[in-house]
Write a protein that binds this ligand. Structure first.
Ligand code: BGC
Length: 894
């Protein structure tokens, strides 16, 4: 590079730096008072396309230059045109100034929203002094096809490739494609794939509901000839049908629709077979290039057939689609036998591989997937049972390398065996492609203890790669089902790690869809495995997921919409418990080290469900129901104690950790017996099991919060950090990169998935106890926050951040002898109770916030902005009441 160029570059760089520096400085100079709201969401989604909720709910996050701030009012504008919104007008809805604290779950209340229309919205707020922010940047949402009669197409099939062509006489101003292609589809227009979703649509109970996606295809279409091609896979539908409609607005304002009908052409393409469990066979010699572009000669194709309507109502798919979210470079490749190459991705995950290969036409390369490997270096597929999990690619024989990724299958794997490869593959022959529902990350958690960070890592991998439009039990074997037990025990952990609001909204509707007139639901949703009625410890997912949605996101509407369903479910349980004890059970505390009687587990959940129903009834103003169910809960509690409490031993049933933890967690234990039961639980853990967990996946969810609540966080921590069997550290010590299904290390043909998220429920305890981030019990949606970290054993720091529905909440503490620091972030429009722990022996405690003292000589020192109260708790910990803002506390003592 010549000198002058270099100077120019340096000059530009310096300029950029200056602009960046000004960029960071300027807002803070100008940023006094309330800042414009950010992170605008509609039905939990950012700028969603194609929603079918008629009164969608809005949420925004507030920012302010000062601490202790809240919203005293807001104004939402919704306009049918961006230009109207730009003039600060809302021709669809102008809420006016609403005196309200609500910055989430604000329901649209304007003119009726119309099918297919895009709406633009923004919001401003007033802080507690009555100062208004400027308006937020504009966001948008768009309605789907709201009425059944607006669907003009027919369900068609007949082959795994369908195509049509059409002419557009004018330029396209706006075009939308509405598509439901079962089991899976790939939509292509004029030679390219539309959108980035894969394995779409979501798996539903197809005879009840099918989901369609909406795409903006304006830029895919052109004046003149256009072609649409759709590839179909069998997916969970086990058949192929397409319903498609494109609504196109031309330059003159003319509207036309292109819809699926028997005038379309059909012909099987290169995909020879596809199956979720078994894999895909793709014969590239059968490709017909340009089949999805106009002018293609389809005279050899047959007419598409009209096929059976799947039967379910068409609903908009309103959650993050499944996508390729990441690409993994393999760690290593070996050749355990001539011609057999085994790639190690270094990580267990769900998805597939991208194959890069060059060779003679007709060469078949076979990819077989496994989680495990034998000592010989060959892949071990015993634990994937009946799933063939095998992709075959037959080469075209191009001059350059050919790239292949399957479309309509996915695998759970770490290892890939490649056979039939022409020549010797290099590491660049394969890339891992991570495929899952593309929910955003919402939380992170880290501590000074590397083992905990490793556990957190395998929890996140296990959890996220089991999100496949429904929460699945595993991703590799001939199952991959929405087992409800696994779904509810992991839900809190999932909500702290990922933005799950839209995902669970959809899944709760899936649960409602399987409910029958008798109120029963099924073990798996959609129902394919397991029983109807569900095991009560599985069926409880229905009330529990609704409740977690309310607690974490403040979603009252989900309670309203499901109230009748929940009541029917509880009434069904009641019909099975004439003496107030619910005994039927199939699985109980599944995969434990020590078994607990299933009846105890079922009955405890019966109590839990009835209690929740009574609370929900109360919340929704159904006071008669609230009373009925709270009385019933009392009767169940009495019966539970009569049936399961062993007064001689001071334990429930056979005294396992689960048998005692469940009643303690649910407050089923009478006051007189509490100390005995708690004491026996501690004894069992510490002395009989050397601080190891012995529960199955039900008990473990409650064991950790119970111990914490009873002041035994150290004991919980001991269990969480064991490196010997049974425990998470044992999995890590044995090379786990995702959570196992069993505490035991098994690799045979039995049930032993190596990517099963349900033991990851301890992840919620990481956030809630170790970092201390909680919703206050009397509050929801992080309106009131409780920061209550547990400073345990050798941990010298812990840190977590959660992007809640109201904004960022974070907690970071450090502990060194005599000094505890705690940094906290509370979003605007929330307040917090912050419990700063102290060392047990500490006296003469002094607490500072920044460089100002807030507690000294046993008294609060007022005057620190945002801090509204400081007091001392029974255990000597210091409780700070604070409004929004960032705080840095430091507690010292003698
Ligand atoms: C699944 C579990 C599920 C269980 C029911 C298994 O096959 O993988 O996680 O909850 O069946 O007992």
């Amino acid at each position: 590079m010549c000198q002058s160029n270099r100077n120019l570059r340096a000059f530009i760089q310096a300029g950029l730096l200056l602009i960046c520096a000004m960029g960071t400085l300027l807002p803070s100079l100008a940023a006094n008072g309330p800042l414009p709201p950010i992170n605008l969401r509609c039905e939990y989604l950012k700028n969603p396309l194609g929603i079918d909720v008629l009164q969608p709910r809005f949420a925004w996050v507030l920012e302010h230059s000062e601490r202790g701030q809240r919203q005293s009012g807001h104004q939402v504008l919704v306009a049918a045109r961006q230009s109207v919104l730009d003039q600060d007008k809302g021709d669809m809805w102008d809420s006016g100034k609403v005196v309200s604290e609500d910055s989430t779950q604000v329901a649209y209340n304007g003119k009726p929203l119309e099918s297919g229309r895009t709406y633009y919205w923004k919001v401003r707020y007033w802080d507690q002094e009555g100062n208004a922010s400027s308006y937020s940047p504009a966001a948008q949402f768009e309605m789907g096809l709201l009425l059944p009669q607006e669907w003009k197409g027919q369900w068609i099939g007949g082959a795994n490739q369908l195509r049509t062509e059409f002419q557009l006489a004018e330029a396209v101003v706006r075009a939308r494609a509405y598509i439901c292609g079962l089991g899976y589809y790939e939509l292509r227009i004029n030679g390219s794939k539309v959108g980035s979703s894969v394995l779409d649509p979501a798996w539903t109970t197809y005879e009840k509901r099918v989901l369609y996606a909406t795409y903006d295809v304006t830029s895919n279409l052109k004046r003149g000839a256009n072609a649409v091609g759709v590839m179909l896979g069998e997916g969970w539908y086990k058949s192929r049908s397409l319903l498609l409609q494109m609504n196109i607005e031309l330059a003159s304002g003319k509207q036309i629709s292109i819809a699926s009908n028997p005038s379309w052409k059909a012909k099987d393409g290169p995909i020879g077979s596809d199956s979720v469990w078994d894999g895909e066979i793709y014969d590239a010699t059968k490709e017909t290039p340009d089949w999805d572009t106009p002018g293609f000669n389809d005279s050899g194709w047959t007419a598409a057939q009209v096929v059976k309507n799947p039967g379910g109502v068409l609903s908009a798919q309103m959650m993050p689609p499944i996508q390729v979210v990441d690409t993994i470079v393999p760690l290593a490749m070996t050749s355990p036998q001539p011609g057999v190459y085994v790639f190690d991705m270094g990580q267990n995950f769900s998805g597939w591989t991208q194959l890069r290969v060059k060779g003679p036409r007709g060469t078949a390369v076979k990819l077989r997937f496994s989680e495990l490997i034998y000592d010989t270096g060959m892949i071990n597929r015993e634990n994937i049972r009946g799933a063939k999990s095998c992709d075959i690619y037959i080469l075209r024989g191009d001059e350059g390398p050919e790239l292949y990724e399957p479309r309509f299958t996915y695998h759970g794997f770490r290892y890939v065996e490649v056979t039939g490869f022409p020549g010797t593959p290099g590491l660049d022959a394969l890339r891992g492609r991570v495929v899952r529902s593309a929910v955003d990350s919402a939380g992170n958690f880290a501590t000074s203890k590397p083992l905990l960070n490793q556990i957190q890592r395998i929890i996140r991998w296990g959890q996220s790669t089991n999100l496949h439009s429904i929460p699945t039990d595993c991703d590799q074997r001939d199952e991959r089902q929405g087992w409800l037990g696994d779904a509810h025990v992991t839900a809190e952990e999932a909500m702290l790690n990922f933005d799950m609001a839209a995902f669970y909204t959809n899944f709760i509707r899936d649960i409602r869809d399987v409910q029958d007139a008798a109120g029963t639901i099924t073990d798996t949703v959609p129902h394919r495995y397991g029983s109807r009625p569900a095991d009560p410890a599985w069926g409880t997912a229905y009330p529990l997921l609704c409740w977690y949605m309310y607690e974490q996101y403040g979603d009252r509407r989900i309670l309203e919409e499901n109230y009748d369903g929940l009541k029917k479910y509880v009434e069904f349980l009641r019909s099975k418990a004439p003496d107030n004890v619910l005994r039927y059970s199939y699985y109980g505390d599944w995969v434990p080290v020590e078994k607990t009687p299933g009846e105890l587990v079922s009955d405890a959940y019966y109590y839990y469900d009835v209690t929740l129903l009574s609370k929900i009834a109360q919340l929704l103003g159904k006071s008669a129901d609230a009373q009925t169910y709270s009385q019933l809960a009392g009767q169940i509690k009495d019966a539970f104690n009569r049936e399961f409490y062993d007064a001689k031993r001071g334990v429930y049933a056979n005294g396992t950790q689960t048998a005692n933890a469940l009643p303690l967690f649910l407050d089923l234990v009478t006051k007189d017996n509490r100390d005995a039961v708690a004491g026996n639980l501690f004894q069992d853990i510490a002395y009989h099991h050397d601080s190891h967990v012995t529960t199955g996946f039900i008990g473990v969810k409650y064991l950790f919060p119970v111990l914490t609540r009873l002041g035994q966080a150290d004991l919980a921590y001991d269990m969480a950090t064991q490196t010997t069997y049974p425990g998470w550290g044992y999995m890590i010590a044995n090379g786990a990169t995702t959570l196992w299904e069993l505490w035991q290390k098994r690799t045979g043909p039995s049930m032993n998935s190596h990517n099963h998220p349900m033991f990851g429920s301890v992840g919620a305890w990481f956030y809630q106890a170790l970092a201390g981030i909680n919703v206050e019990p009397d509050s929801v949606g992080y309106r009131r926050i409780r920061i209550e970290p547990q400073i345990v054993r050798d941990l010298t720091w812990a840190s977590a951040t959660v992007e809640t529905i109201r904004g960022t909440v974070s907690s970071y503490w450090t502990h060194s002898p005599g000094v505890i620091t705690l940094d906290v972030v509370i979003p605007v429009n929330s307040d917090a109770r912050i419990l700063i722990p102290k060392e047990e022996q500490m006296t003469d405690v002094v607490v500072r916030e920044g460089d100002r003292v807030i507690w000294e000589n046993g008294r609060a020192v007022p005057g620190v902005p945002g801090v509204t109260g400081v007091s001392r708790g029974k255990d000597g910990s210091i409780t700070v009441e604070a409004g929004s803002g960032r705080y840095s506390f430091k507690l010292t003592g003698q």
